[in-house]
Design a protein around this ligand. Structure first.
Ligand code: TA6
Length: 293
């Protein structure tokens, strides 16, 4: 498919094969490992994603930045609902999809943008970790903005349960001057305070580590000194995260000061918003990221 493409090419970045997209409206990079969009730079609106200055492109290791796909579980296994935990033979966080090689499934190029999909299916290795047969397709619509559709299909004869997140890293010139609107009425679970349920008062601001699961909210407006971003999704749970000073000191692929220039808003299906699929049933998690100015 790429041989005859006008705007897309396959290039090696360290150990990984990545699809480089150079379109009149934008440039982008999608790594086949994890179907991870690591960069999207719109001609009109600039870079919409954050990639760590020390991001590594190594086989089997998630890349710090862009949009890692956390699937078929989000977070650490133990904090997942029992029905999601059932059958998982792993204690790594955020599932296995982001560390495996996906295949190019479809590509359509036009003057308006690029529609590209990558696919991951079960194999003997995934079945050892998670005993379900599946097809996972991540469809990117890239043009002025980013739209992602992550579709899970249960190919097993049994029903399956999963949690997931599009773990989007966003840039900011200064986290201290960054606010997020949209969760004001939102209940959230504070993962840093014994997972207690709290109520968001006003805008989300950053003056400490933040690791919160917002329930219900799925439209966020990020206001930073010279960029406004709008992130929407069809999910009813989303995580807002910034590691702040202490966690930044031990996070992999993460310079100590980088907490000042990034935040994560992760469109997810987690906790009570997890997904149950009967045999042959599918579910799609959708997310849109737009630069407003
Ligand atoms: O989504 C928030 C979070 O679960 C944080 O607790 C932090 O661990 C972050 O994800 C990054 O996880 P990773 O495994 O990519 O280092």
């Amino acid at each position: 498919m790429l041989k005859h493409a006008a705007f897309c090419s396959l290039e090696k970045v360290d150990e990984l094969e990545c699809i480089q997209i150079k379109h009149p409206k934008f440039s982008a990079q999608i790594c086949l490992q994890g179907a991870q969009l690591t960069s999207f730079k719109s001609k009109k609106k600039g870079e919409l994603l954050w990639l760590s200055p020390t991001a590594e492109f190594k086989k089997g290791q998630s890349i710090r930045g862009g949009i890692p796909i956390c699937w078929p579980w989000f977070g650490v296994v133990e904090f997942n609902p029992e029905v999601v935990k059932a059958g998982i033979q792993s204690n790594s966080a955020h599932g296995f999809a982001r560390q495996l090689p996906w295949k190019l499934h479809s590509l359509v190029e036009s003057a308006h943008g690029i529609s590209i999909a990558l696919k991951l299916s079960h194999d003997e290795n995934t079945l050892k970790i998670w005993p379900f047969e599946f097809e996972l397709i991540c469809h990117f619509e890239l043009g002025n903005d980013i739209a992602i559709n992550l579709t899970s299909k249960n190919l097993s004869s049994n029903s399956m349960a999963l949690s997931q997140a599009l773990h989007t890293y966003l840039p900011t010139e200064d986290i201290h001057k960054t606010r997020i609107l949209g969760a004001a009425s939102g209940d959230y679970i504070d993962a840093l305070d014994d997972w207690v349920l709290k109520k968001q008062q006003g805008a989300i601001c950053f003056n400490q580590e933040v690791d919160r699961i917002y329930l219900g909210a799925n439209t966020y407006r990020v206001l930073s000194p010279n960029k406004q971003l709008l992130l929407t999704s069809n999910s009813h749970s989303s995580i807002v995260w910034n590691p702040w000073v202490n966690k930044s000191k031990w996070l992999s692929q993460f310079p100590n000061c980088s907490y000042q220039n990034m935040l994560c808003i992760e469109s997810s299906n987690t906790l009570n918003d997890h997904i149950k699929l009967a045999s042959n049933e599918s579910h799609s998690l959708n997310m849109q990221l737009t630069g407003i100015n």
